[in-house]
Design a protein around this ligand. Structure first.
Ligand code: ARG
Length: 459
């Protein structure tokens, strides 16, 4: 059992099953580049305070450069016996540069090392996801600008409520993804703190320069308590929460895409490259990508709960439980990365069927509220106006027509103050154009808002 770094203390080897059970190298090797980056910053600091010589530092740098190449080219042999990414790399370094490699771990523990690696890795993922959210908002805004005046029914309870513009509807999602980006930016502040220097839990007796390491690695701050530094995973939980909300928004959008693409609704068509056919029903074109995205939301929500549960019973400081933080975190980041990347492309390829949207908006008395508002402007109290319009709608339902199909005389039978000017109000265009305040659905407002998002997201 010589391979294990701590083997001298033990009288019998672990079984193969326990070895597999306790190892993390199968999944934590993806942090290798960040592990090496952290080690180089640590070695630089050790040399700066004279704990290792500048020759040792140079040897470590040389060895790490080779290891990076070996990993990149797939030549590096990852050994289960060496448990995790940290010990695998350290062992190879010692093979390559001897004693200098053995000095690297001075004043450091895998506990502060792994916490540093995860933060470096996650910071990079946050930056990638943030840029993808920017691109997605941009595609939504571009389509919104194109469809600032395209009208479709707005729904509440999935029943036709009031006409809205398709651009306005798309910009609702741009708002959601904008808040998601804000959340990532806020989470990033707490990710970007350096745990290294906490060592196993109590700090170290060497006169280390943590500020220097933080600066080298681009951390804004240094974790202020060694016990907290090695055991804090709040930052990962926050990221998983932000990822769950991103997927929640993606899932809502997906649900609408699926609905809009259903032949019964027929508001849009997705590009063929995001759909698949059926092996039995030749007529099918299924919106697989949005359906899968909606489905993958489940696992990302699950990872948040798993991490919260992982942390809730842990006493200070580091416990091996923490090794379980990675797979869910990695999967959350991978899932939002792939999903957002696909959605950027998919949104830009949406084919809008404006005629079908308009036809749907003309059904279901979408301008009933406008008629009520019209009466209010003529001096009728809103509750009375509401009642009057309800009668008119009922009449139309019996007659099988829309409010705009009634003659002036018929409308006046419901209220004498209705005049010829009502017909402009009852049109879909009149209805949306009237809502031109900030946050409203009017084409002129949508144009401004879309332009604002485009300005904000310019690359
Ligand atoms: N593989 C471990 C993890 O992911 C690294 C830290 C191990 N530390 C320890 N004392 N066993 O958390």
């Amino acid at each position: 059992n010589k391979a294990q770094a701590w083997s001298a203390r033990f009288s019998e080897p672990v079984s193969d099953l326990v070895k597999r059970y306790t190892a993390s190298v199968g999944f934590d090797q993806r942090m290798a580049n960040f592990d090496i980056q952290g080690s180089l910053a640590h070695a630089d600091m050790l040399a700066s305070i004279g704990i290792i010589s500048s020759d040792d530092k140079a040897a470590i740098e040389h060895g790490m450069a080779q290891i990076l190449e070996e990993i990149a080219s797939g030549q590096f042999t990852w050994l289960l016996d060496l448990e995790d990414v940290h010990l695998n790399i350290e062992k190879r370094l010692v093979e390559l540069v001897g004693d200098a490699g053995k000095r690297l771990h001075t004043g450091r523990s895998r506990n502060d090392q792994v916490a540093t690696d995860i933060r470096l890795w996650l910071r990079n993922e946050i930056d990638i996801a943030t840029d993808l959210l920017r691109q997605l908002r941009r595609e939504l805004a571009k389509l919104a600008l194109q469809h600032n005046a395209t009208i479709l029914p707005g729904f509440t309870h999935l029943q036709v409520a009031q006409p809205v513009t398709f651009g306005h509807h798309l910009l609702a999602y741009a708002e959601m993804f904008g808040r998601d980006a804000e959340r990532l930016a806020d989470c990033r502040k707490r990710v970007n703190r350096l745990p290294l220097g906490a060592a196993a839990l109590a700090g170290t007796s060497y006169p280390i320069d943590r500020e220097r390491v933080a600066k080298t690695l681009g951390f804004d701050e240094v974790c202020r308590n060694s016990l907290d530094a090695v055991s804090d995973r709040d930052f990962a939980i926050e990221f998983c929460a932000a990822a769950a909300l991103i997927m929640t928004h993606i899932s809502r959008l997906s649900e609408e895409l699926v609905l809009w693409m259903s032949p019964r609704v027929g508001f849009i068509d997705l590009a063929d490259r995001f759909c698949t056919g059926s092996s039995i029903m030749p007529q099918k074109k299924n919106p697989d990508v949005p359906e899968l995205a909606r489905g993958k939301t489940g696992r990302v929500n699950g990872h948040l709960i798993a991490l919260l549960t992982l942390m809730k019973g842990q006493p200070l400081a580091y416990n091996k439980d923490n090794q379980e933080d990675k797979e869910g975190l990695f999967d959350s980041a991978d899932t939002i990365r792939d999903t957002l990347t696909i959605f950027v492309d998919m949104i830009s390829g949406i084919k809008v069927k404006a005629d079908a949207m308009r036809a749907a908006a003309l059904q279901g008395f979408a301008t009933a509220t406008d008629l009520a508002d019209y009466l209010v402007k003529k001096g009728v109290p809103f509750r009375d106006a509401h009642e009057t319009v309800a009668h008119a709608v009922r009449h139309c339902e019996e007659k099988g027509c829309d409010l705009a199909d009634l003659s002036l005389a018929e409308l006046q039978a419901f209220h004498p103050s209705i005049g010829q000017d009502i017909f402009a109000v009852l049109t879909l265009e009149g209805s949306v154009a009237a809502r031109k305040h900030i946050g409203g659905t009017a084409p002129e407002r949508v144009k401004l808002e879309a332009q604002r998002v485009l300005d904000q997201t310019a690359g």
